[in-house]
Design a protein around this ligand. Structure first.
Ligand SMILES: Cc1cc2nc3c(=O)[nH]c(=O)nc-3n(C[C@H](O)[C@H](O)[C@H](O)COP(=O)(O)OP(=O)(O)OC[C@H]3O[C@@H](n4cnc5c(N)ncnc54)[C@H](O)[C@@H]3O)c2cc1C
Length: 300
């Protein structure tokens, strides 16, 4: 039944069976307090048995050590499958090989391979390191040649801002997958139409690898606007957050409901894999999973 056919009286999340697979993205903490918050989030979300948990890499490689230590701790102290984000910015191929070797030796088998954005201080324009990788497709080839990593790459339902065209961006995604990546994770979006149109185009271009929707519960509308790139922010969503700038509690609740509804509509369209940008907080991601019918697995 499509949304339009549902009777108005039907509960939105009625009896969703939870036959979904989820993954969670975190960022490496800067301070001890943030570290506590991150591990609290990981501990709360772990019972949902995510297929992997990923840890981002700061702009320009600025979190190299912190990403590594967070991912290593995940390997040492949890049963979760960690995925380390890695970018091409400011590093030679040899330096990246060294990082990749360290991950492999630490037992990390999943890399999220990205071109990355240079820090704003460098003008925000990506220039490859003279002895570095030219972009994510090139990085995937380099990583694959070194170790048999499971590799995820980025995809953009509403087109990467620097892409020459939608088709050129799709060709680039295909190159990343042909170079050995196993799946793509999308930039966040708010339009299910944009996502499903993108899946159709990808399939028509011969892309059969999974393309996981990246779900971002809105924690700060200003931040969403700053990070949105080409992502359209619908007027109705903006109006939903009117007057909530200084009300973090209600804002978080509204954001969880809006993101859960997005996931419900994706689920109705056949999506069963969801990737959550958690911003190191468990509550919203957990609540959304709960509404989708997912329940904690028995503790191992
Ligand atoms: C799921 C996800 C996780 C992310 N995690 C991080 C992170 O941890 N750290 C971080 O710094 N950033 C992260 N980013 C942001 C990402 O680094 C930026 O969006 C960056 O600008 C592009 O990275 P990419 O891997 O998509 O680049 P690429 O796939 O290399 O593409 C970059 C641009 O170049 C174009 N392009 C590539 N090759 C060609 C070609 N041959 N001809 C013409 N055009 C070409 C593409 O169309 C695109 O516009 C993440 C993004 C996503 C969606």
């Amino acid at each position: 039944m499509t949304s339009a056919e549902r009777p108005v009286s039907a509960p939105l999340f009625e009896d969703l069976p939870g036959d979904i697979s989820v993954s969670f993205e975190f960022f490496p903490p800067k301070t001890e307090k943030m570290e506590e918050q991150l591990w609290d989030a990981i501990t709360q979300l772990a019972p949902l048995a995510p297929s992997f948990v990923s840890v981002t890499y700061g702009a320009g490689g600025s979190t190299r050590e912190r990403t590594h230590s967070t991912v290593s701790r995940l390997v040492r102290e949890t049963d979760l499958v960690p995925a380390a984000h890695l970018t091409c910015v400011g590093a030679s191929k040899d330096e990246i090989a060294e990082i990749a070797d360290q991950y492999w030796e630490a037992g990390v088998r999943h890399i999220v391979a990205l071109r990355g954005d240079p820090p704003p201080a460098h003008g925000g324009i990506f220039t490859p390191h003279p002895e570095g990788y030219t972009g994510a497709a090139d990085l995937v080839s380099g990583l694959k040649a070194r170790h048999d990593f499971d590799i995820s790459v980025a995809a953009y339902p509403e087109i990467h801002p620097e892409a020459l065209s939608a088709n050129a961006d799709l060709d680039n995604l295909k190159r990343k997958l042909d170079a050995g990546a196993n799946r793509a994770i999308t930039q966040f979006f708010f339009s299910t139409d944009a996502y499903f149109r993108f899946l159709d185009k990808a399939l028509a271009a011969g892309i059969t690898a999974p393309i996981l929707p990246g779900i971002m519960p809105v924690t700060s509308f200003a931040a969403i606007r700053r990070m949105s790139g080409n992502t359209e922010i619908p007027g109705w969503l903006e109006r939903m957050f009117e007057g909530l700038d200084d009300r973090p509690g209600p804002r978080a609740l509204v954001a969880a409901v809006a993101a859960a509804d997005l996931c419900r509509r994706l689920y109705q369209g056949g999506v069963r894999d969801f990737h959550f940008y958690t911003l190191n907080r468990a509550e919203q991601a957990y609540a959304i999973c709960q509404l989708l019918g997912l329940r904690p697995k028995a503790e191992s």
